[in-house]
Design a protein around this ligand. Sequence first.
Ligand SMILES: *[C@@H]1O[C@H](CO)[C@@H](O)[C@H](O)[C@H]1NC(C)=O
Ligand SMILES: *[C@@H]1O[C@H](CO)[C@@H](O)[C@H](O)[C@H]1NC(C)=O
Ligand SMILES: *[C@@H]1O[C@H](CO)[C@@H](O)[C@H](O)[C@H]1NC(C)=O
Length: 889
Amino acid sequence: MASAWWSCLFLALLSCLAAAGFPRSPSRLLGKRSLPEGVVNGIEVYSTKVSCKVTSRFAHNVVTTRAVNRADTAKEVSFDVELPKTAFITNFTLTIDGVTYPGNVKEKEVAKKQYEKAVSQGKTAGLVKASGRKLEKFTVSVNVAAGSKVTFELTYEELLKRHKGKYEMYLKVKPKQLIKHFEIEADIFEPQGISTLDAEATFITNDVLASALTKSFSGKKGRVSFKPSLDQQRSCPNCTDSLLDGDFTITYDVNRESPGNVQVINGYFVHFFAPQGLPVVPKNVVFVIDISGSMQGRKMQQTKDALLRILQDVKEDDYLNFILFSSDVTTWKESLVQATPQNIQLAKEFVKNIKVEGATNINDALLRGIEMLKKAREEHLIPERSTSIVIMLTDGDANTGESRPEKIQENVKKAIDGEFPLYNLGFGKYLNYNFLDSMALENNGFARRIYEDSDADLQLQGFYEEVARPLMTGVEVEYPHNDIQDLTQNTYQHFYDGSEIVVAGQLVDKDMSHFKADVKGHGALNDLTFTEEVDLEEMEKARKEQDYIFGNYIERLWAYLTIEQLLDKRKNSHGEEKENLTAQALELSLKYHFVTPLTSMVVTKPEDNDDQTAIADKPGDDPSASSVVPVMAYQVSYQPPQVTYVDGDPHFIIQVPEKDDAICFNIDEDPGTVLRLIQDPVTGLTVNGQIIGDKAGSPDSKARKTYFGKLGIANTHVSSRIEVTPEKITLWNGDTPSTFSWLDTVTLTQDGLSVKINKKKNMVISFGDGVTFVVILHEVWKKQPAHHDFLGFYVVEGHRMSAQTHGLLGQFFHPFDYEVFDIHPGSDPTKPDATMLVKNHRLTVTRGSQKDYRKDASDGRKVSCWFVHNNGQGLIDGDHRDYIVPALF
Ligand SMILES: *[C@@H]1O[C@H](CO)[C@@H](O)[C@H](O)[C@H]1NC(C)=O
Ligand SMILES: *[C@@H]1O[C@H](CO)[C@@H](O)[C@H](O)[C@H]1NC(C)=O
Ligand SMILES: *[C@@H]1O[C@H](CO)[C@@H](O)[C@H](O)[C@H]1NC(C)=O
C-alpha cells in the first residue's frame, strides 16, 4: 500500500493552470468510531508551522504541515501555501511514513516532459497560480494510505523591499480545520538595529486571539510569534471551524543613523543605502490618464477621487500637467504649471469635469507628455534642480493611432531617451500588463496593477506616495573597479524617501582587508557623495559573535537580486542577447536552487531517480574611549596659509608663522552665551559659537569647564547656513534643511560651497577657493559623568576673507605685530612670565601650551604659546563681552 500513493502524485506548479482539471477524491465522513478533534474527512492536520528567518532583509521561510490519515481507506491530503509573487521557492519535500522525497530544481523544458507524461497518465497535480494582489498559491495534493502520516515542507526566499519606510512580510493564513499545533514564528536579525516592529492579522479581532500573538525587539533582534491554541482557533466556543482566515503581516524598519550599511560574508557583499534628512527634490509630473469609454463608471470616479487627493498633497514647488487620452489627446494646460494654490484649485475643477469617451490612443498621449517635459527643461520653465516623471494610467490596450505594442515601446523609449522614468498603472484585468511592465522597465520605472475593487483610489494614491518624495536623482554607487565583480544594478534615476537602494556583488580578493564605496547623486540643494568605508577584518570579528545569522545568506541574496534583474532585462531583449540573459539566469537558478520562470521543482522518488513525477514551477510575469581633557584652542596665522582654530575650554590660539610662535587666550563665559568668531561684511561669511558647560554645572566659574557645543556658519549673501552640534549637522538653503549625522561620510557641493563630513571625526567646509574651515568632533567617553561632547573650530584657509573681517577670530586675519621681552620666572616655576607689547598695550603674559586636534582628536599635538590673561584683554579689540551676540544666526 505504501507505494500505491505514488501513482497518484504529481506536483506541477503551473501558471494559471485550471485547478478544475484535477479532481479530488470525494469528501466523506468516515466510520462511526469517534475521531479526535480536528479530524475532517478522516484527515487530521495536527501541526502547521511557519518559520521565518530574516537576516539583513533576506527572508528564508519554511512552511511545514503534518497530517495523518485516520480513515480506513486511502485519502487525499492537500497542502496550500500562499507566498509572495516576489519570492522564489527553493525547496519542497514530502515525507510519507518516514520516507522523504526531496525536491530538485530542473530546467523547465526538462521538467515539462515529465509533467506531460504524468498528465497523460492521469496523475494528480500540485500547482502554483496567481492569488490575490501580492501572492501566488502553491497547492499540492497526495493520496495517503490509511493510517499513514505525511509531512509537507515548503521553503521560499525573498529580499524584502522597503516601501514607505517599512519592510513588509505577508503570510496568508487559512487552515481549513482546527490544528492542534499551529504556529507562526519570525526571527529577524538586522545588523543596523531594529527601530520598529509590528505584526498584524486581519482576523485577530478578539482579545483571546490577540493573547496568542507576541512581538518584541531589542537591538539587532526581533521576534514575532503567533500560537493560538485549539480553543482559541474556534469560531465559537463549541465550533469545529477555524477563525484563522486572513492576512498576517509583519512590518519593521531598521535604525538609520548612518545612510549606508555594508555586510560581507565569504567574499560576497551587500550594500544598503537609504539616507535620511535630505530635502525633497522638486518634481515635474505629467499625469497621462486614460479617459476612453471603458473607464466609464466606478473606475473613472475612483481615478478622479485619487487625483483629487493627490492634488491635495502636491508640494508648491512641484510642476504638473494632465494629459487625457481617448481616441484623441487633450491637455489641461499647454505646458507644465507650478502647483500654486490657485493652480491646484483649477486642477481640481478640471479633474472633476473629466468626461469619458472614445478609444485608447496610448502612443500619442505618452509622446505628448514626454515632449512637454523635455520642452519645459529646454526652455527653463522648471527649476534647474528638479526632476521629472511620467505617470500613465490605462485600463485597456492601445486600439487607435499606433496600436502595436512593440512600436509604441520603441517610440516611447526613443522619446524619453533615458532622461526620466515612466510609471505605468494598469487598471483592472482587461489589458496587456506585460506590455505596460516592459515599457516601464526599459524607461527606468515600473508598472503597477490597480485592482478593480472598492479601494482602487487608495491603491492609486498609495502608488503616488511612493514616488512623491525623490530625495536624490542620478544615483550612482561606485566601488573601486579592481575590488569588485558581478555587481547588481548600481545606478538609479531616483532615490525615493522611504525606499532603499540595494547593491550586491563579489569581492575579487576574498581576503582583502577593506574596501570603499561612494554613492553619488544630486540632491535638492547640492550634489552629494556618501562614502562608506568597510573594514572587513572588524566586520568578520563582529560576525563571529553573531551565530544568529543563518548560513551564507549574502551569496543567496546576491543570486536572488541578480536573477531578478536578469529576468527584468530579459523582458526587453531579443535574439542573442535574450538567449544570453536566459542562459545566465537559468544557470544561477539551477546553481542556487531557485524556482524561477525558467526552472521547475521536481520531486524525486529516492530509490528510483528516473521516476521523477512531481513538478513545481513559477507562474509567468503576471503581475573615544578615554575621557578627553578639555582644551580649547584658537589659532591664527595671518599670512596664507592662514590657520585658526577654537578647541576645548575656550582656548583661542593665534599662530604667527613669521615669529614661529603663537598667542593664546581663554574666554570664560556662561553656558548658553553665543560668541562672534568671524564676521566679514564683504564675503557675507559669519561664524558664531555657543558655549556649553559641564554636565554638573559647577557654580564656581574658576573651576567650571566650558566648550563650544554649537556652531553656526552662514553665508548671508547666498542665504546658506550650517548648524553643527556634536549630534548632527544641518544645512539650510533658504528655508530648506538637509540633516546629516556624524555617522555619515558624505561630500556635498552646491554653488561654490563644499561640505565634507568625515564619519565621527571632522567636517571640512569650503566656500570656494580661499576659505576653508574644519570642525573637529570631540567625543567624550559616554560614561564620563562631567563632560559633554563638544566641537573645535579651525580656519585652515582664510585669504579670501576681506580686510574688514572681525570677530574673536576674524580680527587676527589682518597683519598685526607684537613683541615679547623681559622673560622672567612666574608663579609657576615651569611657566615663565613675560611682557608683551601688542596693539599699543603692555601686557603680562605667561608661557603655556595648547593643543591642535586636527590630526588626532583624542590626544592632539602640543602647540606652545604666550597666554594672555583676563579673557584676552588688551589683545582683542575692545572687551570680550563686545563679542556676545543674541543668537547663533
Ligand atoms: C530541502 O529540504 C530538505 C528537508 O528539510 C533537506 O533535507 C534538503 O537538504 C533541502 N534541500 C536543499 C537544496 O536545501
Ligand atoms: C458545548 O459543549 C459542552 C461540552 O460538550 C456542553 O456541555 C455545552 O452545552 C455545549 N455548549 C453549546 C452552546 O453547545
Ligand atoms: C552572448 O554571449 C557570448 C558568449 O559569452 C558573447 O560572445 C556574445 O557577445 C553575447 N551576445 C550578446 C548579444 O550579449
